[in-house]
Design a protein around this ligand. Structure first.
Ligand code: GTP
Ligand code: MG
Length: 207
């Protein structure tokens, strides 16, 4: 007789998505990912060099998504390196710092690069980060939202420091990807056995 409780096992379909986080250096890309993947915020991060990858399993409704998240460097000197990262992306989080107008003005350059290099038509969410410093903001909500609408992108205000909006940003992005059959149909869907006897339904780590 087996000790395994059959009711704790179920079979689900797994989608594999490539997500990209882009935006100027210092806007909080690594911090947003760290909150999402590990639940931690660091006041003193290092500039990302090249790219960091994290993998996270996410349950959305009845779907299991294995997201490979590419945290790219915002610094200009890595520009030529990052162009290769756009290929095959399903979703993009385009981050600016709401207290830094140059980082907002620069979104157009990131979008131009994305359009140029992406081989898919990824879902884009624009994240106005550092919402915990609203009193210092130089870009209003209305302006950010209007710009996102013009780009047919989603819009969210986040704070990696307080965790505001971070989980929601990833979930909205993934939900929108799942809603786009042209982005999902090529994605490998494979039945896996999920052991629901563990309290956590997600994991993350470097790959
Ligand atoms: N107050 C506040 N500070 C933040 C927030 N997000 C990030 N920071 C701080 O901003 C600085 C830069 O954050 P990073 O996450 O390293 O920025 P980045 O976009 O990854 O920068 P690059 O790797 O150089 O492209 C760090 O000191 C963070 O602690 C936020 O939501 N609120
Ligand atoms: Mg970084």
């Amino acid at each position: 007789m087996s000790d395994v409780n059959d009711s704790s096992m179920k079979t689900v379909l797994q989608h594999n998505f490539k997500l990209l986080i882009i935006g100027d250096s210092g806007v909080g890309k690594t911090s947003i990912l760290s909150v999402f993947a590990n639940g931690t915020f660091d006041e003193h991060t290092r500039n990302t060099v090249g790219v960091d990858l994290k993998v996270k399993m996410i349950n959305i409704k009845d779907k299991l998504v294995r997201a490979v998240i590419w945290d790219t460097a915002g610094q200009e000197r890595f520009r030529t390196l990052t162009s290769a990262y756009y290929r095959g992306a399903h979703g993009v989080i385009l981050v600016y710092d709401m207290t830094s107008r140059p980082s907002f003005d620069h979104l157009k350059v990131w979008l131009r690069e994305l359009t140029h290099y992406a081989t898919t038509d990824p879902v884009i969410i624009i994240a106005a980060n550092k919402a915990d410093r609203k009193e210092e903001r130089t870009v209003s909500s209305a302006e950010g939202l209007l710009y996102a609408r013009e780009q047919e992108a989603l819009y969210i205000e986040t704070s990696a420091k307080t965790q505001q909006g971070v989980q929601q940003a990833f979930e909205e992005l993934i939900q929108k990807i799942l809603d786009k059959p042209e982005l999902c149909y090529e994605v490998e869907e494979k039945p896996i056995t999920l052991d629901t006897s563990h309290s956590s339904d997600s994991y993350c780590g470097y790959c």
